[in-house]
Ligand binder design. Structure first.
Ligand code: COA
Length: 259
């Protein structure tokens, strides 16, 4: 599919989606948001893609929603825009294929929210994070007020949400907002290496781990572990389970087929 505001490349079963509007620090206008939805849908649907690396061109990952567009919105348009963005980001979060944000620079507002909707965040040591919406008189609209406390805890989330302050990559690592911090030069290579490790595992098992965590976190523990037991049982009926266990016993790498 042709894209105007992002690039989409597939190599070694990894789809790299690069948000590409660097003159505006990759700010998410409506057409870019729509393309992001198309891109993750394409990645989820393609048989030659097993995982997604999301990054930004230039000095930003994404510096937020496009403030020029937000400036003109009324209440009804604002709610609709938030709902569209939330649906798009949820496609990253519920992808059965792992999604990793390689955060190369500013991840502010919608950019921080987009990174949080990915399964994992790896940051360059040049990355900066924040939810500066209060400075504009609004709240986050793409899930930030909900995913941030789930990731870093209520007190730390409220500190970021109420001050609008930016934090650097080291602080983001300290509070658990990102999984790893690496040098800018190593960012893409490190992210691809992590995805490659995931791609070597049973794809059905990977998908069910993602779903168990996504669904289970919003359940009580009894319901959540019941869900886990059903996935555990269901995967026992797969070829991948048979292959994984035979390969272990035969002391060879497993060849998973996703069946
Ligand atoms: N929406 C629209 N345009 C944006 C943008 C956004 N969220 N973030 C950056 N831009 C644009 C700037 O307007 C500028 O455009 P111009 O060259 O046509 O004037 C360009 O990107 C470069 O940004 P600039 O502010 O000049 O860079 P900087 O290095 O001085 O500052 C930031 C970088 C990230 C600190 C600053 O751009 C910023 O605060 N951006 C807004 C962040 C934000 O509030 N996001 C949440 C939105 S809900």
């Amino acid at each position: 599919m042709p894209y105007s505001h992002l690039t989409f490349d597939v190599a070694d079963r990894i789809a790299t989606i690069t948000v590409n509007r660097p003159d505006k620090l990759n700010a998410l206008n409506d057409s870019l948001m729509s393309e992001l939805g198309d891109a993750i849908t394409e990645a989820r649907g393609r048989g030659d893609v097993g995982g997604v690396l999301l990054t930004g061109a230039g000095r930003a990952f994404v510096a937020g929603a496009d403030i020029a567009e937000l400036a003109g919105q009324n209440a009804v348009e604002g709610k609709a825009r938030a709902e569209r963005g939330q649906r798009t980001f949820r496609l990253f979060e519920t992808s059965p294929k792992p999604t990793i944000a390689a955060v190369n620079g500013f991840a502010l507002g919608g950019g921080c929210e987009l990174a949080m909707a990915c399964h994992i965040r790896i940051a360059s040591d040049k990355a900066q994070f924040g939810q500066p919406e209060v400075k504009l008189g609004i709240v986050p609209g793409y899930g930030g007020s909900q995913r941030l406390p789930r990731l870093v805890g209520k007190g730390r989330a409220l500190e970021l949400l109420l001050t609008g302050d930016m934090i650097d990559a080291a602080e983001a690592l300290r509070i658990g907002l990102v999984n790893r911090v690496v040098t800018a030069d190593a960012l893409i290579e490190t992210t691809r290496a992590m995805l490659t490790t995931m791609l070597a595992q049973g794809p059905l098992a990977v998908a069910q781990c993602i779903e168990a965590v996504d669904r289970g976190l919003d359940m009580g523990l009894d319901d959540a572990i019941a869900l886990e037991a059903s996935y555990f049982g269901m995967l026992s009926a797969t070829q991948d389970k048979a292959e994984g266990m035979i390969a272990f016993l035969e002391k060879r790498p497993a060849k998973f087929t996703g069946s």
